[in-house]
Design a protein around this ligand. Sequence first.
Ligand code: DGJ
Length: 722
Amino acid sequence: MITFDEKTKIFKLDTPNTSYVMGIADNRYLGHVYYGKKLNDTNLGYLMRTKEAPFVPSENLREKVSFFDSFPMEMPCGGVGDFRESALLVSCKGQEAAELFYVSHEIFHGKKKLKGLPATWGENCDTLEITMEDEVLGLQVVLSYTAFTDTDAIARSLRLVNGGSGDLYVKKALSACVDMDQKDFEFLSLFGSWARERHIETVPVGHGGISIESLRGEPGHQEHPFFALTGKNCSQDAGEAYGFHFVYSGNFLGKVKMNQFGNLRAVMGIHPDSFTWKLEPGAEFTAPEVILVYSDEGLGKMSRTYHDLYRNHLIRSPWKDKARPVLINNWEATYFEFDDEKLLSIAREASKAGIEMLVMDDGWFGHRNSDNSSLGDWQVNEDKIKGGLEHLVDEVNALGMEFGIWFEPEMISPDSDLYCNHPDWVLQMQGRVPGLAREQLVLDFSRPEVLEYVYESVASILRTANISYVKWDMNRPLADCGSSYLPEDQQGEVMHRHVLGVYELQERLLEEFPNLLLENCSGGGARFDPGMLYYSPQIWCSDDTDAVERLMIQEGTQLVYPLSAIGAHVSDCPNHATGRVTPFATRGIVAMAGTFGYELDITKIPPEEREMIPQQIEEFKKYYPLVNAGDYYRLASYRENHIYDCYELVSKNKKQAMVTFVQVMAEPNIHSRKIYLKGLEEDTVYEVEGKRYTGSTLMYAGLLIPGMWGDYQAKIIDVLAV
Ligand code: DGJ
């Protein structure tokens, strides 16, 4: 529910358990009043402290700049005296300044779409749009807030409209800013690298500030567009956590800084470096949304809120609630060395084991036999796929399996026909040789003809055969971001235009092929972000398929993403990223906390492992309703204790749960581990491994897990209400 109190000039946005409050001060400034546990009052204007020195400008104009030092500005602008982090910077005739005054507001049920951008959707929500204006610039800024009525989440975004007569240049338009009173906050973020994405890290917040960012044109492996401010002693189950998550797949900045009075300002949005957007008279610019979540029951509740929001209000795919086909992907099985016969030999063996889809990965087009050529030449290499794609797909279908295919549509190899014909289609700066990464360059998505070419390349392949699944990969970051198509004063738009181009292409693809199962991917998990989830219900989580490393990658990913979105496969050992050897059964159990599939040469693995596959698939299907829709509870973290990992999924009706326990390191002379289950009904009796316990016993007295023999052992424990 959203209210506006005319008398106090207070806006109050309520979700089931949280309130977000703003107020109009001095008849013009929009101030942030409160965000946190739900309040019943609206008489909250005192929290903006406008009756304290330095007072509001109408009362004390001689200290206007000091007012900006302390006022909790909801949309702070640069250039006029707020020296803290600004959310908006606009350049006009070479001068950078803006000052926004409240003009009007509108409250309505539901939520509007964000033009060209991914965004949350749904009926169970109300939206407040506040229009602010800078009369000097002729700029209107519409701040949009959606409060969900079924989830404790608030979505914020921004629309800029040039209502004046001159060109404006937007240098910075961050989507969210929250000013907070001093609390002993810590800053939790997800950091990593290729093959070890999204590890959790927590550091204190101090005066120097702290930030997360990407300038790679995608979120990247290294940092993630999410941070949480957590109260001291925040645990999985208790304490305060404020989550900020950006629904965007390009450059981002998230920053928190403590000011001279010990108060915090937290901001998030498109990174202002490498960004300028020209706004001609009448033109609009929409900044993507940030999802704010507040929990007073620790990180666990924050995670469950994000999971519910993304499952019910972000992912749109018809596959959203369906079990995805169990696939086998040939990447780690063959890399580039395959032909139709090799693929069919894998498919034959896979179909016998009950695997439902074959995915043909990189290397099927142009003359690509390694990663040094052919990106952009999306024609089937008939030396490898003899008889053509349709023939191969028909053969796979005849085995009772579906067929999926890999693309990397944003890229171009210098060694390609496309590059020979259109060298100007590449991102490059005048007079500079663009830098290679994985021996490839990036296409200029500002050019309409490039988008058209790429769309037709992908769509025409999908039109030729019965293809059910596409893996959309991206294996290098953006650099040399110049466009020979855009005029000089729009070169700063290239990186955002790239992301908009990706969104446009995926939207078009899903319109033409509505039942397509799309999986996004970027050299593993470099573009695992909520924006991509709007298009694909699942994203490849990491090129690291090692069961132990995956525990940490998946724990960080599960912190904000539903398990049904996390691409996870069983691969061969020694693992290709770590060299570690883990039991096949453990690899299966770890991959079940995701979309589940195989990525190995099934014709070569030991027969005893092959024989385990039908049983693993059966188990995955049995547990899938919990993986897809259950409430996630973390019981223990290998990242923290260095011995074992444990998580639980509980059905919404609390009648069923599964507990995954992985003993990473065997411990001598310790005969059992006690785990405390969560999220059950206290008085309900549950059956666990043939014994009966009440929910209260399992949660408060605990369950004993007998020690297992050896490292890397795992099991799933069923918990069923009697
Ligand atoms: C990176 C992906 O993460 C891998 O799974 C694989 O598709 C390769 N790219 C292919 O080049």
